[in-house]
Design a protein around this ligand. Structure first.
Ligand code: APR
Ligand code: ZN
Ligand code: ZN
Length: 360
C-alpha cells in the first residue's frame, strides 16, 4: 500500500533542497516504518546536497532523528509499533569480520532498509541510510534504538549523529579517564559533545580551542575549564602552558582540517592520544616529520561515529541526560519546520547555531 509523506529532497548538486511528496513502502522483512518526530540538521546533509559524498541524487536528507515506530515487517523481534526510538546508522550485522571479533562498533556491513523510498517512481538515496527529514521513513529494524520515551524528541534525535560522534570521540576512542587533560579543537556540536564527554569521564583540565569567541563561551557551558581563541593565540603554546609545559593527554580534532590536526598533534603530551573526529575533504593532505610520530609515541586514532555501539551508548546518554548529568538541551539552538532546512544550512555555514532541529 505505502504512504505518501512530505520530505526534504536534494535533487541535484548544489541546488537548494525542496519539499516533495515521496512514497514510503510498508515495512518488509527486517524493516521498520518510523513516524519521525524530530531530526537535526547536520553537516553531512549539506555535504550530500553539495555532491561531496557521491552522485546518487536525488537524496532524501536527514539522519539525526527520533520518532515512534509505526509498524514493523515480518521477522522483526524486540521492536514494536509505539516504541520510541533514536535512529542510528550503525545497525550491526553480527557476521562481518569486525562483529565476529567482538568489535561491533566497527561493523563493516551495517544494515539499511532493503526496499526503496521513491520520488515520482525514482529511488531516493537516504542520507546515511536513514532519510529522516520526512514525516515517515523506512529503515532496517536494527537502525531503531529504543530509549526512555520521557526525553523530548528534538533532544533525543541529536544522540543519533553529532552528539554521539563527539561524546564517543572522548569516551570511546580517546578513552578519556579520571584526571586526564583534554584539548578539543573546534567547538561546534561535535566538539562541545566531546567537551561534555570529557567532563563526564573525569577529565580535570578541558581546553576548548576555536576561532569564534561565541563558540568558546558555549564550550565553557558544556564543561571547558579553559578556552583558547586560536585566531589570536598560538594554540599549541597555550595548551602546553595550561598543562604544566607538557601538552594534553588527549587532543580531539573536531573540525577536519590539516592545520588543526597538526595543532592537535603538537599540543599532545608524550604517549598521549590524538583523535580525529572532524571529517576532512578528499583533497586534504598533511605532512609530519616521521621522527615526531615515532618520538612522541602514543596513538593517532580516528573516530567513526564516536566508535559507538548504539544499543549500548544511546540509552546510556539519554539516561544521563534525564538524571541531569548531561545537558543535551543546550545543543538545540532552534526548532524549525521541514521547509526551513535550506535556511538552516546557511545558518550552519555562518556558524550561528550548534544545531537546528526540524520538529514534525
Ligand atoms: N581553528 C579552530 N576552530 C575552527 C577553525 C580553525 N581553523 N575552523 C573552524 N573552526 C571552528 C568553528 O568556529 C566551529 O565552531 O570549528 C567549529 C566547527 O563546528 P561546526 O561547523 O558546527 O561543525 P560540527 O557539527 O561540530 O562538526 C565538526 O565533525 O562530524 C564532523 O563533519 C563534521 O567535520 C565536521 C566536524
Ligand atoms: Zn558487522
Ligand atoms: Zn550527521
Amino acid at each position: 500500500m505505502g504512504h505518501k509523506v512530505r520530505a526534504v529532497v536534494a535533487k541535484g548538486k548544489g541546488l537548494p533542497v525542496s519539499i516533495e511528496i515521496i512514497d514510503v513502502p510498508d515495512p518488509g522483512p527486517g524493516e521498520a516504518l518510523v513516524q519521525v518526530q524530530a531530526c537535526g540538521v547536520c553537516h553531512t546533509d549539506l555535504h550530500y546536497r553539495e555532491g561531496a559524498i557521491n552522485d546518487d541524487f536525488p537524496f532524501l536528507l536527514g539522519h539525526e532523528a527520533a520518532g515512534v515506530v509505526e509498524a514493523v515487517g515480518p521477522g522483526v523481534t524486540g521492536l514494536a509499533a509505539g516504541d520510541f526510538v533514536v535512529l542510528n546508522w550503525r545497525a550491526v550485522c553480527g557476521n562481518c569480520r569486525a562483529c565476529l571479533r567482538g568489535r561491533p562498533w566497527y561493523c563493516f556491513a551495517t544494515h539499511n532498509a532493503t526496499q526503496k523510498m521513491t520520488l515520482d517512481g525514482r529511488p531516493l538515496s537516504p542520507a546515511l541510510g536513514i532519510g529522516a527529514f520526512a514525516e515517515k521513513t523506512l529503515v532496517a529494524a536494527g537502525q531503531c534504538t529504543k530509549v526512555d520515551p520521557s526525553v523530548r524528541p528534538e533532544v533525543a534525535g541529536l544522540i543519533g549523529c553529532g552528539v554521539m560522534a563527539g561524546f564517543g570521540a572522548a569516551m570511546n576512542t580517546g578513552n578519556v579517564g579520571r584526571g586526564d587533560s583534554v584539548a578539543v579543537f573546534g567547538c561546534g556540536g561535535v566538539g562541545d559533545a566531546a567537551v561534555a564527554g570529557a567532563r563526564l569521564a573525569g577529565a580535570h583540565t578541558i581546553i576548548a580551542v576555536d576561532i569564534d569567541d561565541k563558540k568558546l563561551e558555549w564550550a565553557t557551558q558544556f564543561g571547558a575549564t579553559h578556552t583558547v581563541n586560536s585566531s589570536r593565540e598560538d594554540a599549541v603554546a597555550r595548551i602546553r602552558e595550561l598543562t604544566g609545559g607538557n601538552g594534553a593527554d588527549v587532543c580531539i580534532e573536531a573540525i577536519g582540517l590539516p592545520q588543526t590536526y597538526e595543532q592537535a598533534f603538537y599540543a599532545r603530551d608524550l604517549a598521549g592520544t590524538v583523535v580525529l573526529v572532524g571529517v576532512p575533504n578528499p583533497t586534504m593532505k598533511i605532512e609530519l616529520p616521521l621522527i615526531e610520530i615515532f618520538g612522541r609515541g602514543g596513538s593517532l586514532k580516528s573516530s567513526w561515529y564516536g566508535d559507538c555501539l548504539p544499543s549500548r551508548d544511546f540509552p546510556m546518554l539519554i539516561d544521563l541526560h534525564l538524571q541531569g548529568r548531561l545537558d543535551l538541551d543546550k545543543f538545540v539552538s532552534e526548532t524549525i519546520g521541514l521547509e526551513d532546512v535550506e535556511a538552516a544550512f546557511h545558518r550552519m555555514e555562518r556558524g550561528e547555531v550548534l544545531r537546528s532541529v526540524v520538529v514534525l
